[in-house]
Design a protein. Sequence first.
Length: 146
Amino acid sequence: MLLFEKINQEITTAMKARNEDRLRTFRNVKASFLLLQSSGQELSEDSYLKAIQKMAKQIRDSIEIFEKEGRTDLANKEKAELAIIEELLPTQISEAEITVIVQEIIAQTGAAGMKDLGKVMPTSMKATAGIADGKLVAELVRRLLA
């Protein structure tokens, strides 16, 4: 089933179940899809998936800000929305799995330290795109090169 169709189906299901959190979240996802369609770009499942990943990143950033400001009420609301959005994303790999991938890339490129960050980072980000959080990948690359 296509992602756009799945979102429409989820909206209908949330309406019938009177689940306001899911309904609001899936409507937000559909709105981002409609914006993407109106941009005139070539659309594919991958572009829809990237839009969802972008939303998830924005929500994670909001949660971080709300927690720093002591707004746990807003942070909890965002966490609930993030949990719903993560249902649509591919399963994320663990930190250990990311470490193995980054170590392989470091070995392949012959990187010896932080001066080789430019060699390792792009390849690592490309290898983990969609299956790992970019911040975590960047942190692990820096840690392993240090």
